[in-house]
Design a protein around this ligand. Structure first.
Ligand SMILES: Cc1cc2nc3c(=O)[nH]c(=O)nc-3n(C[C@H](O)[C@H](O)[C@H](O)COP(=O)(O)O)c2cc1C
Length: 384
């Protein structure tokens, strides 16, 4: 049982928060609903009081001190902006500002509002502060438009709340090193060879490790998503830099190599921009060094090593099994890159977790959910 503060803002998805409240109460949690005045124009506080089987409190402070988690669903563009700037003009914004436990929020708004630069900047601020964002998802919105802005389903938000609550101290006192993103190997002063990795999977893993109480370092190669808050961020744009930064921290308790590190780089990058010519440009690529293999070679007893294998189909999975032993790793996360709908640069993933004791297929889910499954496996390995 946990004490959950449930914030509801004024948006068309407010009615869906009733289902979230129901799921939380059914799971045995004590739910305290906190509606903004605008939210009350969409759904009555009474609905939540009935679902939570308690009246909205007159005095919030005692709930604030004892609450285990604050979830805001839906989070409107308006309240999102207020939170980013620390405004405290209603009972919900005051609560968020005064609460020092984990905060999870499920934004829901029109796709153009979500895509607006002001919202992007506000979202980045919330992430930096360690607020866990669930969604928004892509789909049809109330106005009939299609795009990213739909609130995640109540079941998904509920699952993330449960994940945050259940795992708070599992990695307390452990140092977790995560690499994320895709390296870029210079061809000349302005061009590079890169890959489509956004860094979303690695960022989700770093965030999940932090939520479980770990001290997290994120070695980041050209992220196209904002990094999570409260983690040490080490930029490493090329394979060589990533190798150096990761190996310098190889004494971590857990190392998760989620970055897509180039296997080859231009052998002779030019310091100048190559001018345009009519004749072809022949480039020789040389292999980069294998960071996971180096980590495997120098691993210490009790350390947990996690690698990723981006490969194709069943033969790729077979290679992932071989990689587990060859790289002296504890877990290989197999990603099937022959599919367009998952993996590289997508918000969802479907993976197979390969360990020495067996394999577990994780069905298609948002990368944040996949991260919780991977970290569940890591926790088992750490405490083995
Ligand atoms: C019918 C209707 C639907 C709305 N849906 C949303 C929505 O889904 N997301 C959003 O950010 N704002 C939405 N708004 C605008 C918000 O209600 C408005 O910004 C309000 O000030 C939010 O207040 P709050 O953040 O304090 O709850 C909607 C407004 C109306 C009239």
């Amino acid at each position: 049982m946990a004490r959950v503060l449930l914030g509801i803002t004024g948006g068309i998805a407010a009615y869906k928060a009733a289902e979230l409240a129901r799921l939380l109460v059914k799971a045995g949690h004590e739910v305290t609903p906190i509606l903004t005045p605008e939210a009350e124009t969409f759904i009555a506080a009474k609905t939540f009081e009935a679902l939570a089987r308690r009246e909205a409190p007159r005095e919030l402070y005692p709930h604030l001190v004892h609450a285990d988690l604050l979830a805001v669903a839906p989070l409107s563009a308006n309240t999102l902006a207020k939170l980013a700037h620390g405004l405290a003009d209603n009972v919900l914004t005051q609560t968020v500002l005064a609460f020092d436990g984990p905060v999870l929020a499920a934004p829901a708004m029109n796709p153009r509002m979500w895509a607006h630069r002001a919202t992007r900047e506000n979202v980045a601020k919330l992430r930096e502060r360690g607020i866990v964002l669930v969604g928004p998802d892509e789909g049809e919105l109330a106005e009939g438009e299609w795009g990213v802005g739909r609130m995640s389903e109540p079941e998904e938000i509920f699952a993330r709340v449960e994940a945050v609550l259940a795992r708070r101290d599992q990695l307390a006192g452990r140092r977790v090193l995560v690499s994320a993103g895709g390296t870029r190997e210079p061809l000349d002063a302005v061009r590079f060879l890169g890959n489509r990795s956004s860094g979303r999977m690695g960022v989700a893993l770093a965030e999940e490790a932090r939520l479980r109480g770990a001290e997290v370092t994120l070695v980041a190669a050209n992220l196209s998503v904002p990094p999570p808050g409260r983690v040490e961020l080490v930029p490493a744009p090329t394979a060589a830099e990533l190798e150096r930064e990761v190996l310098a921290r190889a004494d971590a308790d857990v190392v998760v190599m989620a970055a897509a590190v180039a296997d080859y780089r231009p052998a002779e990058p030019s310091a100048e921009k190559r001018p345009k010519h009519a004749e072809p440009w022949v480039v020789t690529l040389e292999p980069t060094s294998d960071v996971l293999a180096q980590l495997g070679a120098k691993r210490w007893h009790g350390q947990v090593l996690v690698g990723f294998a981006a490969d194709r189909g069943e033969t790729g999975l077979a290679r992932a099994r071989e990689k587990l032993a060859a790289k002296k790793s504890d877990l290989i996360v197999f990603n099937d890159v022959s599919r367009e709908d998952i993996g590289f640069d997508a918000s969802e993933n479907e993976v197979v977790l390969v360990t020495a004791t067996g394999e577990r297929r994780i069905p298609k889910a948002p990368k944040e959910r996949i991260a919780t499954e991977i970290l569940d496996e890591v926790v088992k390995l750490v405490t083995k």
